[in-house]
Ligand binder design. Structure first.
Ligand code: FSX
Ligand code: SF4
Ligand code: F3S
Length: 370
């Protein structure tokens, strides 16, 4: 007789696979997979979660719940006690308000507050009201009794699209208002559901938040630039670029830097994880990254603008960006010259190898929190 599923709609195989994926994302040793799996299954381990929506498009909730494979959504919904979520809950009106109030009272000091959306601050926050209260009031009230806050999406993390100049409602992120609670930012418009799942699993396993960078983002997910693991990176290094949407380079899958790809300045794990359980992500389907995890890039820089590359990797070794002889082998006449240069190049290579970056670099302004 086969064993029953651990969670409704999630078979054992998928559950273990997800725990292995998440443990690997978190950088945990393989032996920790069983600890993560055990913590996920402990019924009395389920943190109460209150989820508030403010200025946003609900894309964060949608990306979490509409995954083509149900494991992520099922696991999240089974591992937490989702006491209040305006999009998902059956109740409405006073009934909904009461469940919010009751959960905040019953779990005071213990619940996790998830915030989706920016918070308008102009004119006392009148531009976003739910249940007769401004977002500002609801956030302050809910934050008071929270053990920790997860700002899901770029809107809740940094203000997002509604904070773009002239920012008519004075929209900001949670961290601009709440200063006395641990806050973890999971930017992305929308963010990867795996980053939320991994954060929750880390929290239920270790009873603390993961290590964060200076922007309040977990290092396990935002510790590297997407450019470092991009499938088009070989084209970047070889100087092969798409120069217009639909041109030959674009059709051949060349690097999108010249179309404004913000990958060299964007910290996220899309190039490793992909989305929708089928591994696609913006760059893989031919669209430049718009830097949706970066407060200074998303909607604040034109899609076609090129980001500055401060620290080319490997140093000073880019091929010319308009490489004429792409795909051809070396010219026999120049082979001898190359041979002579090879010795010097190997020496220089050793020097460069010593300087090759390994993770966030000094000057990237992406150091960990103390
Ligand atoms: Fe939308 Fe979320 Fe973007 Fe914002 O995601 S996908 S506008 S980050 O708050 O709902
Ligand atoms: Fe990939 Fe963009 Fe970097 Fe090119 S610039 S390698 S498309 S992340
Ligand atoms: Fe966002 Fe860029 Fe990833 S636009 S989804 S950070 S590829």
């Amino acid at each position: 007789m086969s064993k029953p599923d651990l969670f409704p709609g999630v078979n054992r195989r998928d559950f273990i696979k997800t725990c292995v994926t998440v443990s690997a994302m978190l950088g945990l040793p393989f032996g920790m997979v069983s600890k993560v799996a055990a913590a996920a299954q402990k019924a009395d381990n389920r943190p109460a979660v209150i989820w508030l929506h403010f200025q946003e498009c609900t894309g964060c909730s949608e990306s979490l719940l509409r995954s083509s494979h149900p494991t992520v959504a099922n696991l999240i919904l089974d591992m937490i006690s989702l006491d209040y979520h305006e999009t998902l809950m059956a109740g409405s009106g006073h009934q909904a308000e009461k469940s919010l109030h009751d959960s905040m009272q019953a779990n005071r000091g213990k619940y996790v507050l998830v915030v989706e959306g920016g918070i308008p601050t102009k004119d006392n926050g009148i531009y976003c009201k739910v249940g007769g209260k401004t977002a500002l009031e609801s956030l302050r009230k809910a934050a008071e009794g929270a053990a920790a806050i997860i700002s899901i999406g770029t809107c809740a993390s940094y203000g997002g699209i509604q904070s773009v100049g002239p920012n008519p409602t004075g929209a900001v992120g949670v961290g601009d208002i709440i200063k006395d609670k641990p806050i973890i930012n999971l930017p992305g418009c929308p963010p990867s559901p795996y980053n939320f799942l991994s954060t929750v699993l880390y929290y239920v396993t270790f009873k603390k938040l993961p290590e964060l960078d200076k922007m309040g983002r977990p290092m396990f997910a935002y510790g590297r630039k997407i450019h470092e693991h991009c499938e088009r990176r070989a084209h970047f290094d070889a100087g092969r670029f798409a120069k217009a949407f639909g041109d030959e380079g674009h059709s051949l899958g060349y690097c999108l830097y010249k179309l404004g790809c913000k990958g060299p300045a964007t910290y996220a794990n899309c190039s490793v994880l992909g989305f929708n359980d089928i591994g696609v992500w913006p760059v893989s389907v031919g669209h430049p990254c718009i830097g949706c995890t970066e407060p200074d890039l998303l909607f604040k820089t034109a899609i076609s603008d090129k980001v500055q590359i401060h620290e080319p990797t490997p140093f000073d070794s880019y091929a010319p960006v308009d490489l004429k002889d792409k795909g051809k082998g070396p010219d026999p006449l120049t082979t001898g010259v190359i041979g002579l240069a090879a010795g010097a190049a190997i020496g220089a290579g050793i020097m460069m190898a010593k300087k090759l970056p390994d993770g966030p670099q000094k000057g990237d302004d992406h150091e960990k929190t103390e």
